[in-house]
Structure formats: structure tokens, C-alpha cells
Design a protein around this ligand. Structure first.
Ligand SMILES: C[S@@+](CC[C@H](N)C(=O)[O-])C[C@H]1O[C@@H](n2cnc3c(N)ncnc32)[C@H](O)[C@@H]1O
Length: 148
């Protein structure tokens, strides 16, 4: 399974190598610096403890886990509205519910420059628009992501 969040420093390059596997281990898989979770999603350990210092990133994971349908519906709306002007309007908006914040996070993650995440000193996301305009991917299964 591929990560659904693009993240700088992610290990997609490693997990997309067909020879990649984790060494055998017993017990719990612990990933304190989750980011996009490339290794976790690729290996799907049964018992895992995942964390990250970025609370906005963690909120996306929790909201997709607990209510992916609402997130996807909002993401579809953002896809329909996407344009350069809309990107900058949306980047300025302060969303008030977990599912609209999660969809906004994913929308900006998928359409901003290189999927970077950067905030200014006021905590405002400030990455400019990038070249990609696909917000929904046909091969992406939010129900499976939620289960994972
Ligand atoms: C390079 S990303 C991790 C990539 C990920 N492990 C993967 O496989 O794709 C590093 C992450 O560590 C998080 N991080 C940095 N310092 C941290 C800290 N002190 N405690 C928890 N997370 C931290 C960042 O927010 C970022 O999401």
C-alpha cells in the first residue's frame, strides 16, 4: 500500500524497490517520525504505534481513520473547484471541522509545489502552487487506508 500523503524525506524511494522488506522482528512496530508513513503502509504491521510532532498531520490520519467518507466527499468538492485562484483562496481559509481541515490538508498537499509542508511563523501554510492538479487518484482506496 502506498502512502496517501506526500512528505519531504519520505521513504517511498525505498519501499517502491521490489526487493525492499523489513528485517524479521517480533513485537510492536514503533515509528516515532511518521511523516507520510511509507514504511508503515508498505509493510502494514499488525501491531503498530505511530507518532509525529506535527499535530495537523496527525489530525489528518485520525480523521481519515474515523470518517474517511466525509473527507473524500470534501476532497471531491475541492477537486472540482481547483484552479490557481482557488488554491490561494483555500490556502488562506481557516477550516473549522476535522474533516474539512483534513481534506484541505490533502488538497494543498497534492497541488502545492512538490508536496512540501512549510508554515510561516504564524503557523500558516505558505507553500506556493505546484504543477500537479490531481486531487483524487483512481487507484486510491480510502476505506483501505482507514483500516490500515
Ligand atoms: C522525513 S519525515 C518521516 C518519513 C517517514 N518515516 C516515511 O517513511 O516516509 C520526518 C518526520 O518527523 C517528524 N518529526 C521531526 N521531529 C520530531 C520529533 N521530535 N518528534 C516526533 N516527530 C518529529 C516531522 O514532523 C516529519 O513528519
Amino acid at each position: 500500500m502506498k502512502p496517501f500523503i506526500k512528505w519531504a524525506g519520505g521513504k517511498r524511494w525505498l519501499t517502491s524497490d521490489p526487493t525492499f522488506s523489513l528485517p524479521d522482528f517480533s513485537g510492536r512496530y514503533i515509528e516515532p517520525f511518521l511523516g507520510g508513513g511509507a514504511v508503515f503502509f508498505d509493510t502494514r504491521p499488525k501491531d503498530a504505534l505511530l507518532s509525529d510532532i506535527n499535530p495537523k498531520l496527525i489530525e489528518v490520519y485520525l480523521t481519515v481513520r474515523d470518517g474517511w467518507q466525509l473527507v473524500l466527499r470534501e476532497l471531491e468538492r475541492l477537486q472540482r473547484l481547483h484552479s490557481k485562484e482557488f488554491f490561494y483562496e483555500e490556502r488562506r481559509r481557516r477550516r473549522k471541522t476535522p474533516h474539512t481541515r483534513a481534506a484541505q490538508f490533502l488538497y494543498l498537499n497534492r497541488t502545492c509545489f512538490n508536496g512540501l509542508y512549510r508554515e510561516n511563523q504564524k503557523g500558516e501554510f505558505n507553500v506556493p502552487i505546484g504543477s500537479k492538479d490531481k486531487v483524487i487518484f483512481a487507484d486510491e482506496d480510502f476505506s483501505e487506508i482507514s483500516k490500515a
